[in-house]
Design a protein around this ligand. Structure first.
Ligand code: PMP
Length: 438
């Protein structure tokens, strides 16, 4: 018989013993923990990856929603198909065509953001101990899912051109030699979160060749693909290979994250299992959000809207690049992202991004420590800076403050040596819960 905790027992402890073993890996991410402080107005947050939706035409969205309710209110406010709205699925096929993907709406499953698609794919493929290959670093939200399903994450190195094929081959060989099962390669080929890099065209072909030769499924996560600053998107991995790739997309970055609509495009044989998993999790993805997006796509120049977003984000990227060049110590290095939201900054030797964070927050600037993006504790010498949200002058001010913190950190190191740095740590104030895990 289950004993429920009495009113005067320590509730936390009595529940801890009841949790399923798979919840042990569910711990608050570093982004979650710092966001409450980072969102204070005096702090320049270069931390969260919230899309900047200030340019969305709310009047257009409002009239699309009102038209929807008038024309199809009773459908939009009702349960819908577990696979997702058929009209929206047709429209998603048109969106994916921009990245060279030819797909049938039958092979699409609409999800609650692409985050749920990562969850569903992991749910249907992974048993505890199964290996998921991920770039080093990788998206913190996906790492959270892999942890929750007790997968073993094996990181594969990237460079300026994305995932390094030789390292992928080596990682596959090592995992196989250890007798473990690789369930898929999780990759973000475009404007990577957090690394900011894009997988080159030549590397795409190589990665696909390796996956085919080794019979490894690819989970291609592509929420930022249409947000390139300088050129049209490269063809997706799924554009070259229909059977071995599950492709994930999202309306969060190109329209609204609040709608919570993403999708998975899967090989036909996998699609059915995904729909069953979706029905078990939610019955159906939200009808209202799907139909609102569908009406917006139908009534608005959404491609023109995305073009405006690209320009807005490019201006912010440029502001960050200029500020980094103007203020950062010479011993730092960073990349110049060609799209998306993020810059990966490598710190001067010996500086620990996680240990430095409380001092940065005290200096009113926030970022995400690199360790958040590794399953294995690496990344302490790097941080993620996002340029998507603050206006250009705030980005410049944030980088200026960060450079000041870094200079002080390097000074401390010179004066006291590495070990005494920890005793100079300011008290961490940032453990309130938050909602931004992006
Ligand atoms: N994948 C990546 C790489 C992301 O950066 C994000 C959100 N930041 C997601 C998936 C999830 O996005 P959503 O659920 O809003 O579609």
């Amino acid at each position: 018989m289950i004993e429920f905790p009495s009113a005067d027992s320590t509730r936390l402890d009595s529940y801890v013993d009841r949790y399923a073993a798979r919840t042990h890996g569910m711990t608050a991410s570093e982004i979650r923990a710092l966001f409450a402080v980072a969102s204070r107005p005096e702090v320049v947050s270069l931390a969260g990856g919230m899309p900047n939706i200030s340019g969305l035409p709310l009047d257009v969205v409002g009239s699309a929603i009102s038209n929807l309710l008038q024309a199809k209110g009773e459908v939009a406010l009702q349960y819908g198909s577990g696979q997702g709205d058929p009209v929206l699925r047709e429209q998603i096929c048109a969106v994916m065509r921009l990245e060279g993907i030819e797909a049938h709406p039958d092979d699409l499953v609409v999800t609650v953001g692409s985050q749920q698609a990562v969850d569903l794919v992991t749910r249907i493929f992974c048993d505890p101990g199964d290996v998921v290959l991920c770039e080093a670093p990788s998206y913190v939200g996906a790492l959270g899912v892999f942890k929750a399903f007790q997968c073993e994450v094996v990181h594969v190195a990237m460079d300026a051109h994305g995932l390094v094929p030789e390292h992928l081959r080596e990682a596959i060989a090592a995992v196989k030699a250890a007798g473990k099962r690789i369930k898929f390669l999780y990759t973000i080929p475009n404007f990577h979160n957090p690394a900011g890099v894009t997988l080159s065209a030549a590397r795409r072909a190589e990665v696909l060749d390796i996956a085919r030769a080794e019979d490894i499924l690819i989970l291609e996560d592509n929420p930022y693909g249409l947000l390139g600053f300088d050129s049209d998107p490269l063809p997706a991995l799924r554009a070259h290979e229909a059977e071995g790739v599950i492709y994930l997309g999202s309306f969060s970055k190109t329209f609204s994250p609040g709608m919570r609509v993403g999708w998975a495009l899967a090989p036909h044989a996998v699609r059915e299992k995904l729909v069953l998993a979706q029905e078990a999790a939610t019955l159906c993805p939200p009808s209202f959000s799907q139909m609102a997006i569908s009406t917006y796509l139908h009534q608005h120049d959404w491609q023109g809207q995305i073009k405006q977003m690209r320009e807005m984000y490019r201006e912010r990227r440029d502001a960050m690049m200029t500020a980094l060049a103007d203020f950062m110590p010479a011993s730092c290095s960073w990349n110049r992202p060609e799209g998306g939201f993020f810059v990966w900054l490598t710190l001067p030797p010996g500086i620990d991004g996680k240990a430095m964070l409380p001092r940065a927050v005290t200096a009113r600037v926030a970022y995400v420590p690199g360790t958040a993006f590794f399953a294995d504790g690496f990344g302490s010498n790097a941080i993620r800076l996002s340029f998507c949200y603050p206006p250009p002058e705030r980005i410049r001010e944030g980088v200026r403050r960060l450079a000041g913190v870094l200079e002080a950190e390097m000074e401390l190191r010179t004066t006291f040596g590495a070990t005494s740095l920890s005793s100079h740590r300011a008290r961490s104030e940032y453990d309130a819960p938050s909602t931004d895990l992006s």
